[in-house]
Design a binder for this molecule. Structure first.
Ligand code: PBG
Length: 325
């Protein structure tokens, strides 16, 4: 047979395959989410996230040191708020001695070069488990934005590198940027959850922080997963308002959106491989139905190939180890 072009030549062996690989995932790409709890010596496994833990601050610091030693340069922190501190205003969110504020300082003290991103949203602090203040059964926008601004300034005072608002209220990026400017926090960045969909894949995360909505769902603020153009609109508006990095969330079911955003914007694009994506891979692997290591690398590579410059993933540590070989 005469064949002019034999595509299999570039797939002949591992050496040539790696030389012509178009996408390479490195620990540099990762943002490691951390769940933090009060107390000391706490290492609580999240039942719906096997192998993932909620740590007290002492163990969190150990974890951050380990992540740094594996080449991971960024963590995104989420705290579990005590029930007695929750209310409808979310005011514990801007307590200068709150768990989040103490976490920022502890990580900065222990590993100063680690980039710290903090979750900015009211749900862990809300008795209703919603990302905003509730009035007459509705999540009110503008008052919530005022609360998010207070929360942002308290994170900035504690030394955060990037605020990562995950709430999806309108106008919050502009309000946060303005407040940072007015208060002299000109080095604090904003990674906006710009295209955040109302997704069932957040279930295990809400178990981890005990933050499931007490009534209704999040569809009046998070996006309808049927929509594509809206993701571009949200993202462009966040950039206009001052976001340094934008995010698409979840990742695996939204690879088309990641690509489209990447083709449209001129800022770094991140994607969040969320708790439910982690849970699916873990559960199937534990049953012997998937090869876990292969599923981790294939999923992360596909997210990067889709256009993500950064990937927030619960597999950060495992993947960094796999990459190191
Ligand atoms: C809360 C928040 C959520 C996630 C990140 N920030 C849950 C939600 O919106 O209900 C989900 C992350 C994950 O599932 O891994 N604002």
């Amino acid at each position: 047979m005469y064949i002019q072009r034999r595509n299999r030549i570039l797939r002949t062996n591992a050496s040539i395959r790696s030389m012509v690989a178009e996408t390479i995932v490195t620990p540099n790409d990762f943002i490691a989410p951390l769940f933090i709890d009060e107390g000391t010596g706490v290492k609580h496994e999240i039942p719906s996230m096997p192998g993932y833990y909620r740590h007290s601050l002492d163990n969190t610091v150990k974890e951050v040191k380990e992540l740094w030693s594996l080449g991971i340069k960024c963590v995104n922190t989420y705290i579990k708020c005590k029930d007695e501190l929750k209310d409808n205003t979310g005011k514990e969110a801007w307590n200068p001695d709150g768990l989040m504020q103490r976490t920022i300082k502890a990580i900065k003290d222990a590993v100063p070069e680690m980039i710290i991103m903090t979750d900015v949203a009211l749900d862990p602090y809300s008795t209703y488990g919603h990302d905003g203040i509730v009035k007459d059964g509705e999540i009110v926008n503008d008052e919530t934005v005022e609360a998010l601004v207070k929360m942002s300034l308290s994170h900035a005072a504690a030394g955060v590198d990037f605020l990562a608002p995950s709430d999806m209220m309108d106008g919050r990026i502009g309000a946060m940027r303005q407040a940072l400017e007015e208060n002299g926090y000109t080095k604090v960045g904003i990674m906006s959850y710009s295209a955040k969909y109302a997704s069932c894949f957040y279930g295990p995360f809400r178990d981890a922080l005990d933050s499931a909505p007490g009534f209704g769902d999040k569809k009046t603020y998070q996006m309808n997963y049927a929509n594509r153009i809206e993701a571009i609109k949200e993202t462009l508006m966040d950039i206009e308002e001052g976001a340094d990095i934008v995010m698409v969330k979840p990742a695996m079911a939204y690879l088309d959106i990641i690509r489209e955003i990447k083709n449209t914007v001129e800022v770094p694009v991140s994607a969040y491989q969320v708790s439910g994506e982690y849970a699916m891979i873990k559960a199937a692997s534990q049953n012997g139905w998937l090869d876990e290591n292969k599923a981790i690398m294939e999923s992360l590579t596909s997210i990067k190939r889709a256009g993500a410059d950064l990937i927030s993933t619960y597999f950060a540590k495992e993947a960094a180890r796999l990459i190191a070989g």
